[in-house]
Design a protein around this ligand. Structure first.
Ligand code: AMP
Ligand code: GLY
Length: 437
């Protein structure tokens, strides 16, 4: 039994807590601030996750063995530094190392220094610079805000005008990066780091666009699946793919950060594109991905608490790679109407118990709150993740969408093609909400 404080309030944090409780239901876990779904499982304390003082007071008061920081905002705000200074092991990097996610310019510098393969990028501080860079690279155009933008700072478009408009919008907030377009399948690989040594988790694929067939705006992520069967064909095995990523990407970055006096202790999220020319990094994040965590952790056989504690205390050396079940696992995100631009929030959310009761299905809550009349409300953009496992992806998909069919949120949005390309049955999932009003 360990005592853990998890900071955050999303489906990722719910997935982390679900994994910890499934390993040992006696673990003493607290979440801050949490959400209505997390509060069904563990005590939640209403502090802001970015309030370093409050997090330290809570962690000290609870006398926890470990603090796990879920989202990027507290990491970039230095909550990890403050808790570590108070003498408590933290899974999550200090502010300086979290800049790997918080500043794309910093990430590019580290990648260059470490010799990590990535797309070429030009930083622009004026619209004229940005336009010159766009014309240098040509279409399709990739423009990224330099700082944190909750997944909304990136545009990939064949339209020059849309690229210029995006650059112009984000230049009002800081610098932008214009990047070479990388063509290929995306992979999210999570790597645990203790500052010196690393251990990989099993890869997942995320669906970033709002709509089916990868149409519509970029979002925080609308679904995911794991494992990735097509890696076997391209690399011989998942193991071989992961080895290549560790050797060429994760370890060089972790060692570079260590050599600069900013050791990275936590989860190095490698956002990759498998191009014809090889594996390329499109971004690093300094925390577990959302919604990929919802499909990776249910497959983890090795106890998660041991891995997180070992990373937080500099003790990963010599450990075996974590073990994963081969279960096909998918997650479908339910988002509010008008997400990602101006989500409509505060609407009642129904049918969750029925969905949760289906075999092989569970829900991870993201933005839920019990309203004044005891009614469950959707309170944010991404509301919840439906997670389903099966013997194969056809099975997992059938289960996930059957569960969605039990749920109701006025104006709710979700994709019906999550993991369709690895569903060898070729089934087409009809919108389980069709005909409702
Ligand atoms: P990021 O926020 O950097 O992860 O970018 C969001 C999404 O934009 C990624 O998941 C990719 O789908 C896409 N993207 C980012 N950079 C590139 C690139 N250089 N080439 C192609 N697609 C990209
Ligand atoms: N799913 C992408 C992310 O967590 O950034």
């Amino acid at each position: 039994m360990v005592k853990i404080l998890v900071l955050g309030s999303g489906a990722r944090e719910h997935a982390i807590i679900t994994a910890l409780l499934s390993e040992d239901s006696d673990h003493d876990i607290t979440c801050a601030p949490g959400n209505a779904g997390i509060a069904n499982d563990v005590p939640c304390v209403a502090i802001s996750a970015t309030d370093a003082g409050a997090a330290v007071n809570l962690a000290v008061g609870l006398d926890v063995d470990l603090v796990v920081i879920g989202p990027e905002a507290p990491l970039v705000a230095g909550v990890g530094d403050a808790v570590r200074e108070a003498g408590i092991p933290v899974f999550g990097p200090d502010q300086d190392a979290a800049a790997l996610e918080g500043s794309k310019t910093f990430a590019k510098r580290i990648m260059n220094a470490a010799g990590v393969p990535t797309g070429r990028a030009i930083r622009a501080t004026t619209l004229l610079d940005a336009e010159t860079a766009l014309d240098d690279f040509g279409a399709p155009y990739v423009v990224k805000a330099d700082g944190l933008a909750a997944g909304k700072g990136v545009i990939v478009t064949s339209g020059r005008d849309a690229a210029v408009d995006h650059a112009s919008y984000w230049l009002a907030h800081g610098d932008v990066l214009v990047e070479e377009f990388l063509d290929g399948e995306e992979v999210s690989l999570f790597v645990l780091s203790d500052g010196h040594d690393v251990l990989p988790l099993s890869p997942a694929q995320d669906f970033k666009r709002l709509g089916n067939n990868d149409e519509g705006p970029n979002t925080g992520g609308m679904g995911a699946y794991s494992p990735l069967p097509w890696l076997d064909a391209q690399f011989g095995s998942e193991h071989a793919f992961v080895s290549e990523c560790l050797e060429n990407i994760a370890l060089p970055v972790v060692r570079q950060l260590e050599s600069e006096g900013t050791p990275f202790i936590g989860l190095l999220y490698c956002g990759l594109i498998v191009t014809k020319a090889g594996i390329r990094v499109i971004e690093f994040n300094a925390r577990f991905g959302d919604p990929e965590t919802q499909v990776v952790l249910p497959r983890l056989v090795t106890p998660l608490s041991e891995l997180l504690y070992a990373a937080a205390t500099g003790d990963l050396a010599g450990r075996e790679r974590p073990e994963f079940s081969p279960d096909a696992t998918i997650t479908v995100v339910l988002a509010s109407e008008k997400y990602p631009d101006t989500p409509i929030t505060g609407r009642p959310l129904g049918g969750l118990e029925k969905a949760n009761a289906l075999e092989g299905v569970h829900l991870a809550h993201a933005a839920t709150e019990v309203g004044p009349e005891g009614v469950l409300l959707a309170t944010g953009g991404r509301v919840l993740s439906v997670v389903a496992t099966g013997t194969d992806f056809a099975h997992a998909r059938t289960r996930a969408y059957a569960a969605l069919g039990e749920i109701w949120l006025e104006g709710g949005q979700f994709r019906t093609d999550i993991a369709a390309k690895v569903d060898t049955s070729g089934q087409v999932i009809a919108d389980p909400w069709a005909g409702r009003s």
